[in-house]
Design a protein around this ligand. Structure first.
Ligand SMILES: Nc1ncnc2c1ncn2[C@@H]1O[C@H](COP(=O)(O)OP(=O)(O)OP(=O)(O)O)[C@@H](O)[C@H]1O
Ligand SMILES: [Mg+2]
Length: 154
C-alpha cells in the first residue's frame, strides 16, 4: 500500500514521525529515501520525541549510526551516506531488525544488509518548506501503518 501527501512544514513532518512512532514494534525497519536536506533526519526527530527520547536527533552523517536507548523502544538511526562504495561489513545487521526500531537514511548504500520487510518513506523537496512524502509498506503490518497515516494526513 502506498500513500502520498504534501508536508507544508518541518513541524508537519515531525508530526508524521510522532504519529507512526507509536505503531512500531521491535525489529521494524524504516528506509528513508530522498535527497540531501529532504527531511529524513527531521522526520526521525519526530519519531524520537514520541518515543520519549530526550536527546535531540542530529544527523549521524559523521557517525554512520546513533543509538538511543532511553525511550520506550530503542531507536537505531543509521545514515549510510558516507558508505557509498565502501566496505559495509561493519556489523550493522545486529541493529537492523534488532531489539528496537531502525531508521536508515541512504539505504541504497547498504542494500545487501537490508531485510525483506520494511516501510519505505520517500521525501522530495517540493519548493520552500513543502515536501512530498510517500509511504509504502511491503507487509501487512506496515500497510496498517500507511493506512493509519492516510486517515490522519489526507
Ligand atoms: N516540510 C518540511 N519537512 C522537513 N524538513 C523541512 C520541511 N520544510 C523545511 N525543512 C527543513 O529542511 C531541512 C531538512 O534537513 P534534514 O537534515 O532533515 O534532511 P535530510 O534528509 O536528513 O538530509 P541528509 O541527507 O543531508 O541527512 C531542515 O533544515 C528543515 O528545517
Ligand atoms: Mg539526515
Amino acid at each position: 500500500m502506498q500513500f502520498t501527501f504534501i508536508s507544508t512544514s518541518k513541524e508537519t513532518t515531525q508530526r508524521l514521525g510522532a504519529f507512526i512512532a507509536s505503531r512500531f514494534v521491535r525489529g521494524d525497519v524504516v528506509l528513508l529515501k530522498g535527497d540531501l536536506g529532504a527531511g529524513k533526519t527531521t522526520l526521525t526527530g519526530g519519531v524520537a520525541k514520541a518515543l520519549a527520547i530526550q536527546d535531540d536527533v542530529i544527523s549521524p552523517t559523521f557517525n554512520i549510526m546513533k543509538c538511543y536507548f532511553k525511550g520506550t523502544l530503542p531507536l537505531y538511526h543509521i545514515d549510510a551516506y558516507r558508505l557509498e562504495g565502501q566496505n559495509i561489513e561493519l556489523g550493522l545487521e545486529e541493529f537492523i531488525e534488532g531489539n528496537g526500531v531502525c531508521f536508515i537514511e541512504w539505504p541504497q548504500y547498504i542494500e545487501p544488509l537490508l531485510p525483506d520487510e520494511y516501510l519505505t518513506i520517500t521525501l522530495k523537496n517540493a519548493g520552500d518548506d513543502h515536501r512530498e512524502i510517500t509511504l509504502e509498506g511491503n507487509n501487512a503490518h506496515f500497510d496498517d501503518i500507511v493506512a493509519a497515516v492516510k486517515g490522519e494526513f489526507k
